[in-house]
Write a protein that binds this ligand. Sequence first.
Ligand code: AMP
Ligand code: MG
Length: 417
Amino acid sequence: MLSVAEALQLVLSRAKPKPPVDCPVDAALAAVLAEDIASDVDSPPHDKSLVDGYAVRAADLAAGLAELEILEEVTAGAVPTQTVRRGTTTRVMTGAPIPHGADAVVMIEHSHVVESTSLGRVQIRAKQTAAGQNIMRRAASMARGQMALRAGCELRAVEMGVLAEVGRTHVSVVGRPTLSVLPTGNELVPSDQAPGAGQIRNSNGPLLVAAAQTAGAVAASLGIARDDHEQLRQLIGRGLKSDVLVISGGVSAGVLDLVPEVLAELGIEQVFHKVNLKPGKPLWFGVLPGGGLENASGASGDKLVFGLPGNPVSSLVCFELFVRPAVGVLAGRGDTSLGEVAAELAIAHVHRGDRPTFHPARLVSAEGRMLIEPLRWQGSGDLRTLVEANALACFPAGDREYRAGETIRALRLPRPW
Ligand code: AMP
Ligand code: MG
């Protein structure tokens, strides 16, 4: 059986970034930039004051004390009209352009107006006033024509600010992958219905749609498919319009686990079925070759099809280990696999099982140490316990009693997720 690492490599080898699209910046948050962005302005556009104070000639304050004539007051957005000469000063507010002749700004806290007729005179007490003090030089942050953002960067709040600063209203970004979720099972009812005998609510649909959204996909559910050949064929066919199709349930060895055979009939090439992990062993992965749009390099991306085992925690663990990184690649973010940390067990733990196990756990940092507490968990049908988890504790195959204080590997669950 394939290891988790081998299976992930197979998944990633079939995932390619989506072609670039033009996007209004206010819809581009979290997308990945597909072009280099140069500044169309000097920033700041002029030498500017960093404080409220007095623009002076530093030489006038060589003695640490001076009384100067105030020429004018310049607030941010206004333009100085006078040159600061020996014995004079201009009152400037934060962001105001520095007047000609001045080479430093003294903070208003170091001044004292001595005559209040018209603008008057001001006494300034400031030792060691150096040229350049409290001034940000024109283009110090970036010069016109200079690279402001590079292709490949993720657009966070700060990049939104920089795009505004350089006057961009549209940008080229890596297209957002589309993802369809198809929950399957005769036992499923929608969450607005009370389950009858033998029935349960469809929790995987909303769970996987939400997880896919946090991974950067535009995700939607196709509705519940019954364990019925014809209906599966029809809904899977619809799901293949998306870049990624995530099916939950129907991939194990039960009599109504029809998903693999329907996928084969529809021409989906199976890449693997079953991975050596717990929970999630029956995971199925395949591709519809060349089914996607052409990307920047002219290569045609494959459509990716995941069949996740139906137990909610199996579905979620498989999503985090395999689907999230694949969506990351399609969205231009690269491999977005969960971050791995080493942590000390906070409590003793008994592991039993012949497969590498991902056990819901709580990771905390205490006095500079990472501690991990495997949660009391009832297995892959117990989604509720995952509400308290922020990590998956990794236990290798084989029965073993772990002592408190032993170091193990853990994967951090994404925030938000
Ligand atoms: P399956 O993989 O189809 O054999 O399903 C395994 C288990 O997961 C069964 O107990 C199902 O009832 C449960 N299950 C399957 N699909 C869902 C779903 N959409 N929401 C919640 N539980 C599910
Ligand atoms: Mg089923």
